[in-house]
Design a protein around this ligand. Sequence first.
Ligand SMILES: [Zn+2]
Length: 418
Amino acid sequence: MDMQTSPATALRIDGARLWQSLMDLARIGGTPKGGVCRIALTDLDRQGRDLFVQWAREAGCSIRVDAIGNIFARRAGADDSLAPVMTGSHIDTQPTGGKFDGNYGVMAGLEVVRTLNAAGVRTRAPIEVAVWTNEEGSRFVPVMMGSGVFAGAFTLEHALAQRDAQGVSVAEALAAIGYAGQAGAAPAVGAYFEAHIEQGPVLENHGRVIGVVQAALGQRWYDVTVQGMEAHAGPTPMELRQDALLAASALVAEVNRIALDRLPHARGTVGSLEVHPNSRNVIPGRVKLSVDLRAPDDAQLLDMDAALRAACARIAAERGLAIDVEQVVYFPPQPFTPHLVEAVRANAADLGYSCMDVVSGAGHDAVYVARVAPAAMIFVPCADGISHNEIEDADPAHLEAGCNVLLRAMLASAGVVA
Ligand SMILES: [Zn+2]
Protein backbone atom coordinates (compact mmCIF):
# COMPACT_ATOMS: atom_id res chain seq x y z
CA MET A 1 0.00 0.00 0.00
CA ASP A 2 1.18 3.50 -0.75
CA MET A 3 2.24 5.07 2.53
CA GLN A 4 1.68 8.56 1.13
CA THR A 5 -2.05 7.96 0.93
CA SER A 6 -2.28 6.07 4.20
CA PRO A 7 -3.55 7.61 7.41
CA ALA A 8 -0.62 5.76 8.99
CA THR A 9 1.66 8.48 7.59
CA ALA A 10 0.20 10.94 10.07
CA LEU A 11 0.70 8.57 13.02
CA ARG A 12 3.04 9.67 15.80
CA ILE A 13 4.01 7.88 18.95
CA ASP A 14 3.28 9.41 22.36
CA GLY A 15 6.64 10.66 23.63
CA ALA A 16 5.38 11.32 27.15
CA ARG A 17 3.95 7.80 27.43
CA LEU A 18 7.23 6.32 26.18
CA TRP A 19 9.18 8.35 28.72
CA GLN A 20 6.84 7.32 31.55
CA SER A 21 7.23 3.64 30.64
CA LEU A 22 11.01 3.99 30.73
CA MET A 23 10.88 5.71 34.12
CA ASP A 24 8.46 3.12 35.54
CA LEU A 25 10.61 0.23 34.34
CA ALA A 26 13.73 1.95 35.72
CA ARG A 27 12.31 1.79 39.25
CA ILE A 28 12.87 -1.98 39.19
CA GLY A 29 16.49 -2.23 40.28
CA GLY A 30 16.81 1.53 40.47
CA THR A 31 20.01 2.72 42.19
CA PRO A 32 20.48 5.74 44.48
CA LYS A 33 22.62 7.40 41.79
CA GLY A 34 19.79 7.25 39.27
CA GLY A 35 20.94 4.18 37.39
CA VAL A 36 19.62 0.65 37.20
CA CYS A 37 21.08 -2.63 38.44
CA ARG A 38 18.95 -5.39 36.92
CA ILE A 39 21.29 -8.32 36.28
CA ALA A 40 20.12 -11.06 33.92
CA LEU A 41 17.93 -13.84 35.40
CA THR A 42 17.79 -12.36 38.91
CA ASP A 43 14.55 -11.69 40.74
CA LEU A 44 14.77 -8.04 39.61
CA ASP A 45 15.02 -9.24 36.01
CA ARG A 46 11.89 -11.33 36.66
CA GLN A 47 10.09 -8.25 37.98
CA GLY A 48 11.09 -6.26 34.90
CA ARG A 49 9.97 -9.11 32.62
CA ASP A 50 6.68 -9.46 34.50
CA LEU A 51 5.99 -5.75 34.10
CA PHE A 52 6.69 -5.92 30.36
CA VAL A 53 4.46 -8.99 29.98
CA GLN A 54 1.67 -7.28 31.94
CA TRP A 55 1.90 -4.15 29.76
CA ALA A 56 2.04 -6.20 26.55
CA ARG A 57 -1.02 -8.26 27.56
CA GLU A 58 -2.88 -5.05 28.45
CA ALA A 59 -2.01 -3.88 24.92
CA GLY A 60 -3.67 -6.99 23.51
CA CYS A 61 -0.53 -8.95 22.72
CA SER A 62 -0.10 -12.69 23.08
CA ILE A 63 3.08 -13.82 24.83
CA ARG A 64 5.50 -16.55 23.84
CA VAL A 65 8.65 -17.48 25.77
CA ASP A 66 11.33 -19.65 24.18
CA ALA A 67 13.70 -22.09 25.85
CA ILE A 68 16.42 -19.50 26.50
CA GLY A 69 13.87 -17.14 28.05
CA ASN A 70 13.45 -14.71 25.17
CA ILE A 71 9.99 -13.11 25.39
CA PHE A 72 7.99 -12.35 22.23
CA ALA A 73 4.89 -10.16 22.54
CA ARG A 74 2.80 -10.47 19.40
CA ARG A 75 0.20 -8.11 17.98
CA ALA A 76 -1.78 -10.06 15.42
CA GLY A 77 -1.69 -9.04 11.78
CA ALA A 78 -4.46 -9.21 9.21
CA ASP A 79 -2.58 -12.18 7.74
CA ASP A 80 -1.13 -14.03 10.70
CA SER A 81 0.57 -16.56 8.43
CA LEU A 82 3.10 -13.87 7.43
CA ALA A 83 6.44 -13.72 9.23
CA PRO A 84 6.26 -11.01 11.91
CA VAL A 85 7.94 -7.65 11.70
CA MET A 86 9.91 -7.61 14.92
CA THR A 87 11.58 -5.07 17.16
CA GLY A 88 13.06 -5.30 20.62
CA SER A 89 16.22 -5.27 22.71
CA HIS A 90 17.10 -6.24 26.28
CA ILE A 91 16.13 -5.18 29.80
CA ASP A 92 19.05 -6.72 31.69
CA THR A 93 21.69 -4.17 32.71
CA GLN A 94 25.25 -3.91 33.90
CA PRO A 95 25.70 -3.77 37.72
CA THR A 96 26.05 0.01 37.40
CA GLY A 97 23.87 0.39 34.32
CA GLY A 98 21.53 3.11 33.12
CA LYS A 99 17.85 3.47 32.36
CA PHE A 100 18.12 3.45 28.58
CA ASP A 101 20.59 0.86 27.28
CA GLY A 102 18.35 -1.90 25.90
CA ASN A 103 15.33 -0.75 27.86
CA TYR A 104 14.72 1.95 25.27
CA GLY A 105 14.44 -0.58 22.44
CA VAL A 106 11.91 -2.69 24.35
CA MET A 107 9.80 0.25 25.54
CA ALA A 108 9.93 1.78 22.04
CA GLY A 109 8.50 -1.47 20.66
CA LEU A 110 5.74 -1.43 23.26
CA GLU A 111 5.03 2.21 22.39
CA VAL A 112 4.67 1.26 18.70
CA VAL A 113 2.03 -1.34 19.68
CA ARG A 114 0.19 1.13 21.91
CA THR A 115 0.22 3.74 19.14
CA LEU A 116 -1.22 1.28 16.60
CA ASN A 117 -3.90 0.28 19.11
CA ALA A 118 -4.90 3.86 19.88
CA ALA A 119 -5.21 4.66 16.17
CA GLY A 120 -6.94 1.38 15.33
CA VAL A 121 -4.34 0.54 12.68
CA ARG A 122 -4.23 -3.03 11.41
CA THR A 123 -0.99 -4.24 9.91
CA ARG A 124 -0.89 -6.95 7.28
CA ALA A 125 1.96 -8.87 8.95
CA PRO A 126 2.00 -9.37 12.73
CA ILE A 127 4.13 -7.09 14.90
CA GLU A 128 6.32 -8.61 17.61
CA VAL A 129 8.30 -7.03 20.45
CA ALA A 130 11.21 -9.18 21.66
CA VAL A 131 12.95 -9.07 25.04
CA TRP A 132 16.26 -10.90 24.53
CA THR A 133 17.79 -12.77 27.47
CA ASN A 134 21.14 -11.74 28.96
CA GLU A 135 22.44 -9.26 26.41
CA GLU A 136 24.94 -7.75 28.85
CA GLY A 137 26.79 -10.90 29.84
CA SER A 138 27.72 -9.51 33.25
CA ARG A 139 26.47 -12.57 35.17
CA PHE A 140 26.61 -15.26 32.48
CA VAL A 141 28.81 -15.37 29.38
CA PRO A 142 28.52 -15.29 26.44
CA VAL A 143 27.00 -11.85 25.94
CA MET A 144 23.94 -11.51 23.69
CA MET A 145 22.95 -14.97 24.83
CA GLY A 146 19.25 -15.00 23.91
CA SER A 147 19.66 -13.52 20.45
CA GLY A 148 22.73 -15.71 19.91
CA VAL A 149 20.72 -18.87 20.52
CA PHE A 150 17.89 -17.51 18.36
CA ALA A 151 20.32 -16.91 15.50
CA GLY A 152 22.17 -20.20 15.95
CA ALA A 153 25.46 -18.50 16.86
CA PHE A 154 25.78 -21.16 19.60
CA THR A 155 23.50 -23.93 20.82
CA LEU A 156 20.73 -23.78 23.39
CA GLU A 157 22.46 -26.55 25.36
CA HIS A 158 25.70 -24.56 25.49
CA ALA A 159 23.88 -21.47 26.74
CA LEU A 160 21.80 -23.32 29.35
CA ALA A 161 24.92 -24.98 30.78
CA GLN A 162 26.78 -21.72 31.50
CA ARG A 163 27.27 -20.92 35.19
CA ASP A 164 27.63 -17.70 37.15
CA ALA A 165 30.32 -17.06 39.80
CA GLN A 166 28.15 -18.83 42.41
CA GLY A 167 27.83 -21.95 40.25
CA VAL A 168 24.19 -21.36 39.27
CA SER A 169 23.48 -22.43 35.68
CA VAL A 170 21.45 -20.47 33.16
CA ALA A 171 18.94 -23.35 33.09
CA GLU A 172 18.52 -23.18 36.88
CA ALA A 173 18.25 -19.39 36.91
CA LEU A 174 15.64 -19.41 34.12
CA ALA A 175 13.56 -21.98 35.98
CA ALA A 176 13.88 -20.04 39.23
CA ILE A 177 12.38 -16.88 37.71
CA GLY A 178 9.74 -18.78 35.73
CA TYR A 179 11.02 -17.93 32.26
CA ALA A 180 12.16 -21.32 30.96
CA GLY A 181 9.90 -21.52 27.93
CA GLN A 182 9.24 -23.82 25.01
CA ALA A 183 12.04 -25.35 22.97
CA GLY A 184 11.70 -25.38 19.22
CA ALA A 185 13.14 -23.97 16.03
CA ALA A 186 13.27 -20.17 15.89
CA PRO A 187 10.40 -18.91 13.71
CA ALA A 188 11.08 -16.84 10.61
CA VAL A 189 11.26 -13.05 11.03
CA GLY A 190 10.13 -10.82 8.17
CA ALA A 191 12.20 -7.84 9.29
CA TYR A 192 13.86 -6.78 12.55
CA PHE A 193 14.47 -3.22 13.71
CA GLU A 194 16.21 -2.31 16.97
CA ALA A 195 16.18 1.19 18.43
CA HIS A 196 19.06 1.83 20.83
CA ILE A 197 20.94 4.70 22.41
CA GLU A 198 24.20 5.22 20.55
CA GLN A 199 26.45 4.59 23.60
CA GLY A 200 29.05 6.84 21.94
CA PRO A 201 29.51 10.54 21.18
CA VAL A 202 29.26 10.73 17.38
CA LEU A 203 25.63 11.84 16.98
CA GLU A 204 25.91 14.42 19.75
CA ASN A 205 29.17 15.78 18.31
CA HIS A 206 27.52 16.21 14.91
CA GLY A 207 24.27 17.55 16.34
CA ARG A 208 22.20 14.81 14.68
CA VAL A 209 19.12 13.10 16.09
CA ILE A 210 19.00 9.79 14.21
CA GLY A 211 21.91 7.46 13.50
CA VAL A 212 21.33 5.28 10.43
CA VAL A 213 23.39 2.24 11.38
CA GLN A 214 25.20 0.74 8.40
CA ALA A 215 26.96 -2.16 10.05
CA ALA A 216 28.34 -3.50 13.29
CA LEU A 217 32.12 -3.48 13.41
CA GLY A 218 33.89 -6.81 13.19
CA GLN A 219 36.22 -7.51 16.10
CA ARG A 220 39.48 -9.39 16.55
CA TRP A 221 40.83 -9.69 20.07
CA TYR A 222 44.37 -10.84 20.81
CA ASP A 223 46.55 -11.85 23.73
CA VAL A 224 50.07 -10.63 23.02
CA THR A 225 53.09 -11.69 25.06
CA VAL A 226 56.38 -9.80 24.88
CA GLN A 227 59.24 -11.92 26.22
CA GLY A 228 62.40 -10.02 27.18
CA MET A 229 64.88 -10.52 29.98
CA GLU A 230 64.65 -9.43 33.59
CA ALA A 231 67.74 -7.67 34.88
CA HIS A 232 68.81 -5.26 37.60
CA ALA A 233 67.80 -1.66 36.88
CA GLY A 234 71.14 -0.33 38.11
CA PRO A 235 74.04 -2.42 36.79
CA THR A 236 72.52 -3.20 33.37
CA PRO A 237 73.60 -0.62 30.73
CA MET A 238 70.87 0.82 28.53
CA GLU A 239 72.23 -0.74 25.31
CA LEU A 240 72.28 -4.25 26.79
CA ARG A 241 68.63 -4.52 27.83
CA GLN A 242 65.76 -6.62 26.56
CA ASP A 243 63.08 -4.45 28.11
CA ALA A 244 59.69 -6.09 27.47
CA LEU A 245 57.74 -3.04 28.63
CA LEU A 246 59.64 -0.74 26.28
CA ALA A 247 58.75 -3.06 23.38
CA ALA A 248 55.16 -3.28 24.58
CA SER A 249 54.87 0.50 24.72
CA ALA A 250 56.07 0.71 21.11
CA LEU A 251 53.34 -1.80 20.27
CA VAL A 252 50.68 0.25 22.11
CA ALA A 253 51.56 3.20 19.88
CA GLU A 254 51.49 0.96 16.79
CA VAL A 255 47.99 -0.36 17.58
CA ASN A 256 46.80 3.23 17.83
CA ARG A 257 48.43 4.09 14.50
CA ILE A 258 46.96 1.01 12.76
CA ALA A 259 43.48 2.37 13.53
CA LEU A 260 44.33 6.01 12.83
CA ASP A 261 45.54 5.00 9.36
CA ARG A 262 42.09 3.55 8.61
CA LEU A 263 39.62 6.22 9.71
CA PRO A 264 36.76 6.90 10.09
CA HIS A 265 35.57 3.52 11.33
CA ALA A 266 38.60 1.46 12.39
CA ARG A 267 39.37 1.13 16.11
CA GLY A 268 42.49 -0.14 17.89
CA THR A 269 42.82 -0.45 21.65
CA VAL A 270 45.25 -1.87 24.18
CA GLY A 271 43.19 -2.00 27.36
CA SER A 272 45.21 -4.26 29.60
CA LEU A 273 48.90 -4.61 30.47
CA GLU A 274 50.42 -7.17 32.82
CA VAL A 275 54.02 -6.36 33.66
CA HIS A 276 56.30 -9.04 35.08
CA PRO A 277 57.73 -8.91 37.69
CA ASN A 278 56.27 -5.38 38.11
CA SER A 279 59.02 -4.27 40.44
CA ARG A 280 60.52 -0.79 40.68
CA ASN A 281 64.13 -1.81 40.18
CA VAL A 282 63.80 -4.72 37.77
CA ILE A 283 63.81 -4.28 33.98
CA PRO A 284 60.51 -5.91 32.92
CA GLY A 285 61.15 -9.35 31.52
CA ARG A 286 57.68 -10.16 30.28
CA VAL A 287 54.56 -8.14 29.39
CA LYS A 288 51.17 -9.52 28.45
CA LEU A 289 48.81 -7.13 26.71
CA SER A 290 45.38 -7.25 25.14
CA VAL A 291 44.77 -5.90 21.65
CA ASP A 292 41.27 -5.14 20.36
CA LEU A 293 40.93 -4.32 16.63
CA ARG A 294 37.61 -3.39 15.01
CA ALA A 295 36.59 -2.55 11.44
CA PRO A 296 33.38 -2.40 9.39
CA ASP A 297 34.41 -5.00 6.82
CA ASP A 298 36.48 -8.15 6.76
CA ALA A 299 39.02 -6.90 4.22
CA GLN A 300 39.95 -3.99 6.45
CA LEU A 301 39.98 -6.14 9.57
CA LEU A 302 42.32 -8.65 7.88
CA ASP A 303 44.52 -5.78 6.75
CA MET A 304 44.71 -4.57 10.37
CA ASP A 305 45.52 -8.12 11.51
CA ALA A 306 48.42 -8.22 9.04
CA ALA A 307 49.61 -4.79 10.19
CA LEU A 308 49.55 -5.90 13.83
CA ARG A 309 51.58 -9.02 13.09
CA ALA A 310 54.07 -7.05 10.99
CA ALA A 311 54.48 -4.48 13.77
CA CYS A 312 55.11 -7.24 16.31
CA ALA A 313 57.72 -8.88 14.06
CA ARG A 314 59.47 -5.57 13.43
CA ILE A 315 59.54 -4.50 17.08
CA ALA A 316 60.77 -7.95 18.12
CA ALA A 317 63.58 -7.88 15.55
CA GLU A 318 64.63 -4.29 16.39
CA ARG A 319 64.75 -4.95 20.10
CA GLY A 320 66.05 -8.51 20.11
CA LEU A 321 63.18 -10.14 21.97
CA ALA A 322 60.21 -12.37 21.18
CA ILE A 323 56.61 -11.30 20.68
CA ASP A 324 53.87 -13.91 20.52
CA VAL A 325 50.44 -12.99 19.07
CA GLU A 326 47.41 -15.15 19.75
CA GLN A 327 43.94 -14.28 18.44
CA VAL A 328 41.37 -15.18 21.12
CA VAL A 329 38.08 -13.76 19.79
CA TYR A 330 36.68 -13.11 16.34
CA PHE A 331 33.30 -11.50 15.68
CA PRO A 332 32.71 -11.03 11.94
CA PRO A 333 31.58 -7.60 10.75
CA GLN A 334 27.81 -7.57 10.30
CA PRO A 335 26.35 -5.32 7.65
CA PHE A 336 22.68 -4.45 8.11
CA THR A 337 20.13 -5.07 5.36
CA PRO A 338 20.34 -2.29 2.74
CA HIS A 339 16.63 -1.82 2.05
CA LEU A 340 15.82 -1.66 5.79
CA VAL A 341 18.71 0.74 6.41
CA GLU A 342 17.28 2.84 3.57
CA ALA A 343 13.82 2.70 5.20
CA VAL A 344 15.32 4.09 8.42
CA ARG A 345 17.01 6.91 6.53
CA ALA A 346 13.99 7.77 4.35
CA ASN A 347 11.57 7.82 7.27
CA ALA A 348 13.90 9.90 9.43
CA ALA A 349 14.21 12.42 6.59
CA ASP A 350 10.46 12.34 5.96
CA LEU A 351 9.80 13.15 9.60
CA GLY A 352 12.21 16.07 9.42
CA TYR A 353 14.83 14.60 11.75
CA SER A 354 18.50 15.26 11.09
CA CYS A 355 20.34 12.00 10.53
CA MET A 356 23.71 10.57 9.58
CA ASP A 357 25.26 7.24 8.71
CA VAL A 358 27.01 5.58 11.63
CA VAL A 359 28.47 2.19 12.50
CA SER A 360 27.94 0.26 15.70
CA GLY A 361 31.16 -0.28 17.58
CA ALA A 362 29.46 -2.41 20.22
CA GLY A 363 27.59 -5.68 20.04
CA HIS A 364 23.78 -5.66 20.01
CA ASP A 365 21.07 -8.29 19.74
CA ALA A 366 20.38 -6.98 16.22
CA VAL A 367 23.86 -8.07 15.19
CA TYR A 368 22.97 -11.72 15.82
CA VAL A 369 19.41 -11.41 14.49
CA ALA A 370 20.91 -9.99 11.27
CA ARG A 371 22.46 -13.42 10.65
CA VAL A 372 19.01 -14.98 10.18
CA ALA A 373 16.67 -12.13 9.19
CA PRO A 374 16.72 -8.78 7.42
CA ALA A 375 17.71 -6.30 10.14
CA ALA A 376 18.54 -2.67 10.82
CA MET A 377 19.19 -0.42 13.80
CA ILE A 378 18.16 3.11 14.75
CA PHE A 379 20.51 5.03 17.05
CA VAL A 380 19.60 8.09 19.08
CA PRO A 381 22.09 10.23 21.02
CA CYS A 382 22.84 9.72 24.71
CA ALA A 383 24.21 12.50 26.88
CA ASP A 384 27.99 12.91 26.43
CA GLY A 385 28.03 9.50 24.74
CA ILE A 386 28.07 7.83 28.16
CA SER A 387 26.57 4.37 28.68
CA HIS A 388 27.11 1.39 30.99
CA ASN A 389 27.06 4.00 33.72
CA GLU A 390 24.42 5.09 36.22
CA ILE A 391 24.54 8.64 34.85
CA GLU A 392 23.50 7.41 31.38
CA ASP A 393 20.93 9.92 30.09
CA ALA A 394 18.98 10.73 26.95
CA ASP A 395 16.81 13.58 25.68
CA PRO A 396 13.10 12.65 25.68
CA ALA A 397 12.71 14.39 22.31
CA HIS A 398 15.44 12.20 20.80
CA LEU A 399 13.87 9.04 22.22
CA GLU A 400 10.54 10.12 20.78
CA ALA A 401 12.13 10.78 17.38
CA GLY A 402 13.79 7.37 17.26
CA CYS A 403 10.51 5.70 18.19
CA ASN A 404 8.65 7.57 15.42
CA VAL A 405 11.24 6.35 12.92
CA LEU A 406 10.81 2.83 14.32
CA LEU A 407 7.03 3.05 13.96
CA ARG A 408 7.23 4.19 10.35
CA ALA A 409 9.89 1.67 9.34
CA MET A 410 7.90 -1.17 10.91
CA LEU A 411 4.69 -0.08 9.19
CA ALA A 412 6.47 0.09 5.85
CA SER A 413 7.67 -3.51 6.34
CA ALA A 414 4.46 -4.91 7.82
CA GLY A 415 2.07 -3.16 5.45
CA VAL A 416 -1.09 -1.37 6.57
CA VAL A 417 -4.61 -2.66 5.96
CA ALA A 418 -6.98 0.21 5.35
ZN1 LIG B 1 22.21 -2.61 24.88
